[in-house]
Design a protein around this ligand. Structure first.
Ligand SMILES: [Zn+2]
Length: 605
């Protein structure tokens, strides 16, 4: 499990030529682990000794054990987690610098293998902890400070945990059951190849290579890429659809029948620690606000001269002034934007730069995309970018540095609780993007550049908010329908109907989009996962609206929210800024922000 909070870029660009713009030297990894390769055996021996010490106290474990002994064990487990995190981080960061570096690659594999073995040796502790009775658990958790929520998280599954032999059987049968079926999906879809005629040449492409054509500047290529994508997936709809139905039935058998969850989605909600009612409110409000994006795509069609607007073209790039920015200027813009909001945040961003924890230059072999890696509390996070000078790259910089400040603000918490939990993981990052874009919009006079800024953001918001919600709305219905014996074709028909409802008259949806769900790996591998994207992004839009309404008095509350990290349940963290996540009005205010952005765009016409 990578601890990094990586940014999913919806428009992944191939790393381009190294630019001649002046960049700081590469990041400095030596303050993470000194001489990791030379000292690897020594580090591991030390870690191994700690794990052995932890294991040796196994006989001591009892619900009635003394609080002091329990806390000592927790301290030891923190030490183990911190050393493992540093080593794991080094291995990953070194690999990211140049993924073709064989030495770095084999080091990473070696570290991962050894760390997995060690962490498996500690699993028994969680199982034991789940079984401790309520009164003793409460007694033992007293005085554990910031680790408390971590301990509660392990116990949260207790009402749905079966007996040890039953859990063992599920684990064993999952290897040849659920996991195997999932792997089948990966094997089949990863072997797909796509052919596309580009500039008179017939290209044979992987899915990764085909994807950029879905957003190509040529309308003909965009359309051809979608035809090809769905031609190939629809060719296997029978097999992929059966895989989906098997996974759905398995989910039902395990989570509803055995573990007694009340609905298929409730399992996911429990792992996110979000009340079912909050997710219901989010989904309902999203469904009610489809006309905002319908209006947006109508305007986009007009601006980009696409008639009629169809589903092939919603991600068409905006072809106007392509401004490019020097790295130094981009850094200055991000710092300025953060400083206007809060000098404290700007200082934290500066800390990343001063300590040389940023690697921004594009180089052959360097990992694509961008991420922030918060390693252990109190240690300045690392940020990887591939800066090519486009406006989008500045947004990515603000985004990843937002993750970094989030980790730094939460540094008083334990290694288990300083990372934000999933639903709130994108708060500081997306908020940082909003601060930046507001500051850019204020400075920018050029109408075309302003349009471009808004179009980029609204495309992103559509892809992260409404699109993700509709995946989950589909899953909700599909789980019901499969239980009632629906066929794969029934599911595809339902998907298409829903998609047409989403786009209304504004965007034509061709029949082949009925197969889109077959192409989304999350729907297979992590049921109901996608609403976390909508949750996180819409949450920030709503928070940003509070900032606009309340001004400076919002800032300390917001910083307080971030500094909680992942040490409290999401609903308690949000209560700090007066948010009730089960309230539809709150989610609606996120859409009000989107509506205001669309109006801003309309005014540039
Ligand atoms: Zn992110």
């Amino acid at each position: 499990m990578p601890i990094a909070s990586s940014r999913r870029r919806y428009m992944r660009r191939p790393p381009s030529r190294s630019s001649s713009r002046s960049f700081p030297a590469r990041w400095n990894l030596t303050d993470l682990v000194k001489d990791p390769v030379g000292q690897f055996d020594a580090y591991l021996a030390d870690l191994e000794a700690k794990v052995a010490r932890f294991e040796s106290s196994r006989t001591q474990l009892a619900p009635t054990m003394a609080g002091e002994d329990f806390r000592q064990l927790l301290d030891l487990s923190q030490e183990i987690a911190e050393s493992s995190s540093r080593l794991g981080a080094y291995a990953y960061l070194w690999f990211s610098e140049n993924t073709k570096n064989l030495e770095a690659r084999s080091f990473r594999t070696k570290v991962e293998e050894r760390l997995t073995v060690l962490s498996n040796r500690l699993l028994y502790f969680d199982l034991w902890w789940q079984g401790v009775d309520q009164d003793n658990a409460r007694r033992l958790m007293t005085g554990t400070g910031s680790i408390r929520y971590h301990l509660e998280t392990i116990r949260r599954y207790q009402p749905h945990t079966l007996s040890e032999p039953e859990e063992k059987i599920i684990n064993i049968k999952n290897i040849t059951g659920r996991s195997a079926v999932n792997q089948l999906y990966d094997v089949v879809t990863n072997s797909f190849t796509f052919t596309l005629a580009v500039k008179g040449k017939r290209l044979t492409l992987t899915r990764e290579e085909l994807t950029p054509y879905l957003r190509h500047h040529s309308a003909r290529l965009r359309e051809a890429a979608y035809h090809e994508l769905y031609r190939v997936f629809a060719g296997q709809y029978d097999l992929l659809g059966e895989i989906f139905k098997t996974l759905v039935n398995d989910w039902k058998a395990e989570n509803l029948q055995l573990r007694r969850f009340l609905s298929p989605i409730a399992t996911r909600n429990l792992s996110n620690d979000i009340p079912d009612k909050a997710v219901d409110a989010l989904l309902a409000v999203c469904r009610r606000n489809v006309e905002i994006f319908q209006n947006y795509f109508r305007i986009k069609g007009h601006l980009c001269k696409i008639r009629p607007m169809s589903r092939y073209h919603i991600y068409a790039p905006h072809q106007t002034e392509q401004k490019t920015y020097r790295f130094q200027d981009a850094v200055r813009m991000v710092l300025e934007a953060y400083r206007t909001f809060s000098p404290k945040l700007a200082d934290l961003v500066q800390r990343v730069l001063d300590e040389r924890h940023l690697d921004a230059q594009t180089r052959p072999g360097k990992l694509g995309g961008a991420y922030c890696y918060s390693v252990v509390p109190g240690f300045t996070p690392y940020v990887l970018l591939n800066f090519t000078g486009e406006a989008r790259d500045i947004a990515t910089m603000a985004h990843e540095l937002g993750h970094a400040v989030h980790g730094m603000l939460a540094e008083r918490h334990s290694v288990f609780t300083f990372h934000s939990t999933l639903p709130l993981a994108e708060t500081a990052s997306v908020f940082g993007e909003r601060i930046l874009s507001d500051s850019l919009m204020k400075q920018e006079q050029n109408k075309k550049v302003r349009q471009g800024l808004l179009l980029n953001q609204l495309d992103d918001i559509y892809a992260t908010v409404l699109r993700q919600t509709y995946f989950v709305l589909f899953e909700n219905r599909a789980h019901e329908m499969v239980a009632q014996g629906a066929t794969v074709k029934n599911l595809a028909q339902m998907y298409l109907t829903d998609l047409r409802q989403q786009f209304g008259k504004a965007v034509k949806v061709p029949d082949e989009f009925q197969w889109e769900w077959l192409t989304i790996p999350h729907i297979f591998a992590s049921p109901f996962y996608c609403y976390a994207y909508s949750f996180g992004n819409l949450l920030v839009l709503a928070l940003y609206r509070m900032y606009q309404d309340e001004g400076a008095s919002f800032v300390p509350k917001y910083l307080d929210l971030l500094s909680t990290g992942g040490s409290e349940p999401p609903h308690m963290i949000l209560a700090k800024v007066g948010v009730d996540m089960t309230s539809e009005a709150f989610w609606q205010s996120g859409f009000d922000t989107i509506r205001a952005m669309v109006q801003q765009l309309e005014q540039t016409l």
